[in-house]
Design a protein around this ligand. Structure first.
Ligand code: PLP
Length: 384
């Protein structure tokens, strides 16, 4: 497969390049041993120690205990497990669940599945900046609400939700509070105890770790029926031999991300802000969405009035600029993003919306090139 030599990758919300330290740790781990951490002989027990060290290190990054971390194969699995597993274990108390309308499909689809299996789901609307307010949640809570799931930060807009306030509303009626932190983890500080989070899902590939590994944080005392049945791995809660090399890479990437968080935030928000400022000056009839709220540092969501985002993406791709029309999991679908629909953005603006998500390797030079290309391509599309 060949890519343009001078390509500019601005789709870090879809996935991030594996950081060199994580890649090296994975290679050297695989070269040392392949044993199954559940086996009893000595080299396997060493694998078990590696696994437990990773669990402890990752737990510390969110102020959790090691025993509250359960490894999964993805953020999708962690979300599915939280929604289905907790709903099932609390079904004797009630059947009402609340999720936001702007969740990722990894939460919305299990919510739809639960609706088909006897649960009632309320979908909370966001305000025009993509914020789910505590007032909206308060109005939807009922005595039989067993679970509330609201993402820490939205994958399309980058909006950070008021998690502490939302969790405390949910707790007032005794509901479990789950948050999908796949986009936020490693990008903003997260403390489950300070925020009052009961369960939280993350994924390694959004912060410089490998694809195919994540975890579910489950506060001690919160029960969830297993999603996967089989062996006794993960204290009997999640069957399947652990992907230890990936877990080692995840540990290294998370340590790196969490220990350099401030430098990372300062760099990506500077590059992102320069990009927003410069395209606003260079191109008429554009809007930066969710611009007046707390946002992830690398996210810019831009609407170019009167053009098709798919056409613009294709032109950018030809010029070696890799961005996205929204969630990577929904790309290929020609339907308008459910997030933009939920925000009530007018179709004329929504259909020309693109997400640019910056990472630690992006530079001001990338921004200058991108603005030039965008100016030219948007003008050409508008002239058609
Ligand atoms: N949740 C959010 C908010 C996401 O952005 C994504 C991926 O884009 C997921 C969940 C799914 O994570 P994974 O790719 O690890 O399954």
């Amino acid at each position: 497969m060949s890519y343009a030599l001078q390509s500019i990758y601005v789709d870090h919300a879809a996935t991030t390049p594996l950081i060199p330290a994580a890649r090296e740790a994975m290679y050297s781990f695989e070269a040392k041993g392949f044993y199954n951490p559940s086996s009893s002989y000595r080299p396997a027990q060493e694998m078990k120690r590696v696994l437990e060290t990773a669990r402890k290190t990752l737990a510390a990054t969110i102020d959790a205990q090691a025993r509250e971390i359960y490894f999964t194969a993805s953020g999708t699995e962690a979300n599915n497990w939280a929604l289905k597993g907790i709903s099932e274990s609390l079904s004797s108390r009630g059947h009402h669940i609340i999720v936001s309308a702007i969740e990722h499909h990894a939460v919305l689809e299990p919510a739809h599945w639960l609706e088909r299996h006897g649960f009632e789901v309320t979908y909370l609307s966001a305000d025009c900046q993509g914020v789910i307010t505590p007032e909206v949640l308060e109005a939807a809570l009922r005595d039989d609400t067993i679970m509330v799931s609201i993402m820490t930060a939205n994958n399309e807009l980058g909006t950070i939700e008021p998690i502490r306030e939302l969790a405390s509303c949910a707790h007032r009626v005794g509901a479990v509070f789950h948050t999908d932190a796949v986009q936020a983890y490693g990008h903003i500080p997260l403390s489950v105890s300070e925020l009052g989070i009961d369960t939280l899902s993350v994924s390694a590939h959004k912060l410089g770790g490998p694809r195919g590994v994540g975890f579910l944080y489950r506060r001690q005392g919160i029960d969830a029926e297993p999603l996967l049945h089989g062996g006794a791995q993960e204290r009997g809660a999640r069957a399947g031999t652990e992907n230890l090399a990936a877990i080692v890479g995840f540990q290294v990437a998370a340590e790196e991300a969490c220990s350099h968080l401030e430098d990372y935030q300062a760099h990506v928000s500077y590059v992102r802000d320069e990009f927003c400022k410069r395209i606003m000056q260079a191109i008429p009839d554009i809007r930066i969405n969710a611009d007046h709220v707390q946002k992830l540092p690398g996210h810019a969501h831009v609407s170019f009035k009167g053009i098709s985002n798919i056409a613009l993406l294709l032109r950018l791709d030809k010029r070696g600029i890799y961005a996205s029309a929204g969630s990577a999991c929904a790309s290929g679908s020609l339907e308008q993003s459910h997030v933009l629909t939920a925000l009530g953005i007018e179709p004329d603006w929504a259909q020309g919306s693109l997400r640019f998500t910056f990472g630690r390797d992006n530079t001001l030079r990338d921004v200058v090139s991108m603005v030039e290309v965008l100016k030219h391509e948007v003008a050409r599309l508008r002239a058609l």
